[in-house]
Design a protein around this ligand. Sequence first.
Ligand code: PLP
Length: 359
Amino acid sequence: MINMAKPVMGPEEKQAVLEVLDSGIIAQGPRTKAFEDAFAQMCAARHAIATSSGTTALHVALLAHKIGAGDEVITSAFTFIASANSVLYVGARPVFVDIDPRTFNLDVSQIEAAITPRTKAIMPVHLFGLVSDMDPIMKLAEKYNLAVIEDACQSHGATYRGTKAGAFGTGAFSLYPTKNITSGEGGMITTNDDAVNEACRVIRNHGMRVRYYHDELGFNFRMTDIHAAIGLAQIGKLDLFNRKRQENAAFYNAHLKGVTTPFVPEGYGHVYHQYTVRVPDGKRDTLRDYLKEQGIGSEVYYPVPIHKQKLYTQELGYNQTLPETEKAALEVLSLPVHPSLSQADLETVVKAINTFMGA
Ligand SMILES: *Cc1c(COP(=O)(O)O)cnc(C)c1O
């Protein structure tokens, strides 16, 4: 079986975990601090704040920007549910804008029309490892005085015109095992804003500035040093992992026939969290079944856009049409692209797809 994901755990990760267990400091401690410093450096951001997951990173980032009841946050519906649900957690309303069909990211030409007096933030999702079109997003944010919270959960190390994902606004990353690097479970917030950094640290730890004095509502969203030790070992391998993903993608780009391969605009560094093709003529689901018969994993990210999820239609009353988002949900198929694939695996995938597509 050629799987969709395979976390790469080496002797460095194992050794690092054992050292933490022997150290006596198991919860958030010096490894978490070291991992935060390494992550901030990777992004060239001033600060990085570790959390318990990508979802809690988004949640804390929104709270740190004081987004709450009555506010609106503009985001994509073609993403994992946590992007929009984090907006619900703080009592605000996600406002969905359609995607650019070539990149699967927010169509920046449609954002301004969605801005209302209630809009407090734009949350671009850098889907599949490709950064959103950040120059126009940052311009709009400045014009309307909006926060920018990047859902960078799939784009560790991705670049846009020389800047890393997470270094434009406030970034939120996931360290779940299928992501480009992992800490087991975990998340990271990145920011250049000192006040946001301070707010995130307080919210993450029970709203506590001075021990056992609580001026505001906070949470326990801390990372343990066990997780941080794994993450610290992994971040040293991020460039290697991303390069391998890019090489795998380049092989697919050169050899796949009959499907639309990923579009990478000039000036973007795609890190292929997913390698996602479009399958024409309603053949997506039969191709997927065929690949499964051949022992090849594939996945549909995402079959139901967020504005069509029952939570949103039945509970929250969303009734919206997003043509490109809905079309993408019917056509996309993600193929194995993780760093552990062999040349033979890549050739097997290409041969199966080209045979099925009759190309
Ligand atoms: C993985 C992911 C999240 C959530 O991260 P967790 O670590 O699983 O909580 C949020 N947004 C996107 C786009 C993701 O891919």
